[in-house]
Design a protein around this ligand. Sequence first.
Ligand SMILES: Nc1ncnc2c1ncn2[C@@H]1O[C@H](COP(=O)(O)OP(=O)(O)OP(=O)(O)O)[C@@H](O)[C@H]1O
Length: 504
Amino acid sequence: MYVSWRRTLTEDLHSAYFQGRVYYILNVLREDIDNPDQRISQDVERFCKQMSTMASRLIISPFTISYYTYQCFHSTGWIGPVSIFGYFVVGTIANKILMGPIVSILFEQEKLEGDFRFKHMQIRVNAESAAFYRAGKVEHVRTDRRLQTLLQTQKSLINKELWLYIGVNTFDYLGGFLSYIIIAIPIFTGVYDGLTPGELSALISKNAFVCIYLINGFTQLIDLSTTLSDVAGYTHRIGELREVMDDILRKQCDYDPASGESYDFDSDFNVHAGPVDTAFVLDHLSYKSPLSDQPLVENLSLKISQGTHLLVVGNTGTGKTSLLRVLNRLWEAHSGFVQMTTCFGPRGTLFLPQKPYMTDGTLREQVIYPLKDIYPASGSVDDDRIIQFLELAGVSSLLKRTGGLDEKVDWNWSDVLSPGEMQRLSFARLFYLQPKYAILDEATSALTEEAEAQLYRTCKQLGMTLVSLGHRSSLVKYHDVQLKLCGGGQWEVTKLKGAREEAT
Ligand SMILES: Nc1ncnc2c1ncn2[C@@H]1O[C@H](COP(=O)(O)OP(=O)(O)OP(=O)(O)O)[C@@H](O)[C@H]1O
């Protein structure tokens, strides 16, 4: 049961988490949900484990309780079952009161557990940068601080649980007396006055057995209180995550106001109807960052068309990457429209983000990312293409390091590749997927100008229209139009080297 519940619950959460932009919104934009990763992995695991330990008792209890209620009624009359049920109700109310604070503290403890784990994760991912700073001591203090906060909460949880344990054990203990009180009432009220001492002792032992068994059935349920309080805490965390994901899915605006069509964020490779030679149409677009009321850009009208290479420049924080977020529909526009008139992926538009993302897997999986399978499915011809593109991107040496395109590697790609190698590998991806439009966010910032020139030349030879973001003046010569973001919502478009001006 544990395994199948865990599978069902995790798969259900995954299907919502990976739908559209939900994982991005949860991790980057929403602050009301802590540690979604921990909720999906650890909380679900513990929830299913605790539920499965409760399951056998919960399944069997109704049968044993019904059977012994009948038996108890048969031997003691209504007084036995009624007093035992009453006793159970009192015990349940007492436990409910004691359980109340535990659920909220358990919730808090799991949050702090997630924060503590995240700190270790942060150090694991950034071990080299931290080591360059010789930051062992400061990281030690900070990690210990998180541990102390966690342990304090854990201690107060255990203190609260202590009262619950005392309550549960007292209930168990007093239950033992109750069976004799139930038998004592008919004896002392003279119901069994006509019986001989032998018959009376036989009756007492029979009645005691039945009552003790019925009470035992209830105490077993009451013993579940501690497990139940844990289950309630995990349910709260998992339920909250599910509700927030549903809320995001409901609000996710997959409706294109310009074309009036709805689109599917995940159906990447469907061609969107629109002018064939245009990738994006921006109409009086304004956008701002999620935490600020100041507009980054106001009333931007622009067309990104085939053959017109666009360079986006501007000071730090003026909203260059944010423009790509709006184009890629990660952020909603504040006003105006953005229409994406091509598909996403091969033969459409592809974004190379500022931080190259190296997935796990083989070298082939790195190159074909984000495709799941080779494209087009062409067997060994595909190998030749991949090798050729690795060479063109200047990372053919990776073939030797990995031992082949399909050799499994046991390292973390982001740890072992230099930033320059990661950028080159991202270009190998781009060459392989050959989109019509390549949107490059400081994609060559870690490379020399010669390497940059070679990569840009190859992109153009492969027929891509480029939209680049960057600070380097060397980028100017590869572009026809420049969009300068000046901050405070201002922008200006200029034509470079006398090219056709597509932008207005
Ligand atoms: N997830 C976020 N939540 C809140 N604010 C954000 C978020 N991402 C970016 N910002 C803010 O939005 C503003 C614009 O950021 P953006 O990344 O577009 O800058 P940029 O022009 O690309 O800068 P750079 O040249 O350094 O890459 C910045 O002030 C940034 O702090």
